[in-house]
Each structure stands twice: as C-alpha cells, then as structure tokens.
Ligand binder design. Sequence first.
Ligand code: UDP
Ligand code: MG
Length: 336
Amino acid sequence: MEICCSVVVPMFNEEEVIEHTYTRLKQVMDCTGEGYEIIFVNDGSRDRTVEIVAAICQKDPHVKLVQFSRNFGHQVAISAGMDYASGRCVVIIDADLQDPPELILEMISKWKEGYEVVYGKRIKRKGESVFKKVTALLFYRLLGSMTQVDIPLDTGDFRLIDRKVCEVMKGLKEKNRFVRGLVGWAGFRQTSVEYVRDERFAGVTKYPLRKMISFAADGITSFSHKPLKIASYIGVILSISSFVYLFVVLFQKWFEIGTVPGWASIVAINLFFNGIVLMLLGVMGEYIGRIYDESKGRPLYIVSDTLGFQNKGESVIVKPSYVPEGMREQVEGYAG
Ligand code: UDP
Ligand code: MG
C-alpha cells in the first residue's frame, strides 16, 4: 500500500514512554485507513529506547528505526526523519506524548483540504514550569519582532507538512537548524490546529536550560541580523558620547576647571566600555561560530544503523546525508 503519511518521532532516552507512544500512534494511524509508516529516530539514547523500538519493528512492518551514532540534537533528528520519510505527507511529533497523537487526524483532514503545512498551536501548556512558560512566551515574541520571516507564535515542531515542503526542507543544508522557523520561511499554504499541550507522559525533559539557550540562539541567529545591527548601533552611540566627553575633558584641561585626578571615574568608564565591547564581541562570535560550522561541510548526522526500511514492495526513498561504507548497499538512494 502506498504510504500516505510518515510519522517522525525523535527520541532521546525515552524508554519510559516509547512503548506507550507507539500504541497511541498506532491506534490513531490505523484509523486513517491509509498506508502509513512510523519512523523513530534514535538520537543517541543511552538507555533501553533502542531495544524497545527494535522489538516493535520486528512485530510491526509500519515501524522503522533510524539510529544515530551519537546525540546530534532534536532538530537534527527531525531533519533525518524527513530525509527518510516516504509518505505524501510527514507528521513530526515528540516522543513524550505532550502533543496528542489524536490531533494528527485533524491535521490530515486539513491537509486533504489543500493546506501544505498544518501546525499545532499551543493554547495552553500543562505540567511545565512557570520559568519555561514565561521564557517561551517571551522568546517567540522577541523572535517575531526581530525577523521578517513568518514564524507562528507558540508553535513547536508538532506539525504536518506536505511532501513538497519536506523536499524543500531536505534541500536546506544548514547545520544549526531551527526547523519551525525553516518551515515558516519556506512559505506554502499554512494553517493551524489548536491544542492543549499535555504534561510529559513519563520521564524528564531532555531540554535543560543549556540546550534551551542554544536553541533560542539558533532561532534568532538563523532568522535575524538584528543583534548585529543593535551591536553596531550601541557602538555608534557610545563612540559619539565618548567624543563629546573628550571635548569636555579638553575644555576642562585648557581652562583648568576641576582637573582633579579622577581615578574613580576613569576606572568606571573603563569597566563600562570594556564590558560593552566584550558583549558586542560575543554577539559577533555567535554569528562567526555558526559561519564556521557551516563552512566545515560535515554531514548533519551520522546513521549507524537502520531497521525496517528494507521491506520490499514499499516505495522507500532514503537519502541520508551520511551512511557508513559497509551499509551503503542496503540503503537505497544513498547519494554518496
Ligand atoms: N530529543 C531528541 N534529542 C535531544 C533532545 C530531545 O531527540 O537531544 C527529543 C525528545 O526525546 C522528545 C523531543 O525531542 O521526543 C522533545 O524533547 P523534550 O520533550 O524533552 O522537550 P520539552 O518538551 O521539554 O521542551
Ligand atoms: Mg516534551
């Protein structure tokens, strides 16, 4: 049967939920009455996630597994899932059941109406800390104010995309990926379905503060040059003010008014300027680091193993960005 819908599930240490996620996804996908596949992307889990999914793969031909050689990150895992998906539409959903799989049916029906991107919009988030909710709220608004790209507010990666959009995503090779922004950037006919984001079914968040900050920085630097502009505005304002102050100092010197040796003021001015200069250098560094990442030309991810893709009779389009030498014959469509 032709695959209508591919469901992509990124996983990082999700042993506690994955069985349950599979059961719920299967129930939903069986209801569609169309061909489907569920692609679990294992992003370097160090627990029993892989064993559990491998066992499911043995039983259910709809289920496939892409195994990374290490942890490459959530956004890369989603991108790999898109590379391996062969459905006419692709749904991305988290493994932790915070996004209700039942909503996929609504997404598919919107897709059948002709929309090419159907994203889930969170009208409420349950079971997340006040800190996460507030920072997420502020981040999406800040990002929105900094970029011309239409990135819908309060949406995650839970969304359905048409094959056409998936092909566009596969063609984008950037390393520090912010997938929800890239989908917005691609355009196409977009609509939303609203939902209440549940608590995690089990386990803990795989996005500690460190990852959240780097994710936010990827979002902003991928879609906006504003921080650089702000840096140069601050630079201009500061140099104008120091120029003015230079005149004041010279004036005081010439007319010998108040030329008391001012140690404190010199130290204060120095600290202030050095702080600002270092901060602005940091902003530049964020961009330069990303340019460096892009210029290295390394593959986005490394696949160490796959399961379930060999099923003959299915149309499998597999174009991973890198497959180890010994496995290339097994992976149809590997471009080298
Ligand atoms: N995830 C991943 N790689 C990572 C971190 C997370 O594949 O390095 C997956 C994780 O297993 C889950 C999804 O990305 O399916 C979202 O992560 P999580 O639910 O922990 O994030 P939160 O919902 O707390 O923002
Ligand atoms: Mg989650």
